[in-house]
Write a protein that binds this ligand. Structure first.
Ligand SMILES: [Fe+2]
Length: 213
């Protein structure tokens, strides 16, 4: 699997270009800004963009959808709970827990990981052990749970679900907030402060108020 990372905007957003090495069919994950440059990078690698994959529909993860769809005719994947929030008129396919997305010969497994938003998803590729975690899990940090539609308890459960992935799974977060651009599930379980909480209650206190009583 080819994975290219494009850090865009003032809040270190990550847009990813994913592609199947063999078929050169590709997907853009969370298009926001600088879409022409990302499409050019795909063309330079002879990758044909057929899909847009959204981790969630905050503006800074989907503003670029119409531009990608206009240029490529790509089909957009989004969780069913956030389908109405996708900008533009592209063809939409909705996801839920356990859905599979095929990009060329690559199969991505979909985990519904709500908490930051109701329809947040993580795309997991088992053969290359990679997980695109959106704004659920960052390097050394996790997503906000105080926004409209957020639910800190759901976010705790989503993080616990991701902790069950193999330790060597590489995470590709929605923002580059960490000391390194990427990390692994095992590293985060050991060092991410939100994974050091022993209970849901402790997590909620830390996430919402920045402290544990
Ligand atoms: Fe977000």
């Amino acid at each position: 699997m080819i994975v290219r990372t494009f850090e865009v905007g003032s809040d270190q957003n990550n847009t990813y270009l994913l592609a199947c090495e063999k078929t050169r069919i590709g997907a853009i994950v969370d298009p926001y800004l600088e879409v022409p440059g990302i499409l050019q990078a795909a063309r330079d690698e002879k990758i044909r963009i057929e899909y847009v994959l959204l981790t969630h529909t905050h503006r800074d993860h989907c503003l670029g959808v119409p531009e990608v769809v206009m240029a490529t005719g790509a089909t957009v994947y989004v969780h069913e709970k956030e389908a109405e929030r996708v900008p533009g008129e592209g063809k939409l396919l909705t996801l839920k827990q356990g859905s599979r997305v095929q990009v060329g010969e690559i199969i991505l497994e979909v985990f519904h990981t709500p908490g930051h938003t109701p329809g947040g998803v993580t795309y997991y590729q088992p053969d290359s052990a990679g997980a695109i975690t959106g704004d659920v899990l960052f390097v050394g940090y996790c997503g906000r749970a105080d926004l409209p539609g957020s639910d800190p308890r759901a976010l705790w459960r989503s993080l616990q679900a991701l902790a069950k992935l193999p330790d060597h799974t590489v995470i590709y977060p929605g923002h580059n907030y960490g000391k390194t651009p990427g990390s692994t599930v095992g590293y985060e379980k050991s060092f991410n402060p939100y994974y050091q909480c022993r209970t849901e209650e402790e997590f909620v206190q830390l996430r919402l108020y920045g402290k544990v009583e």
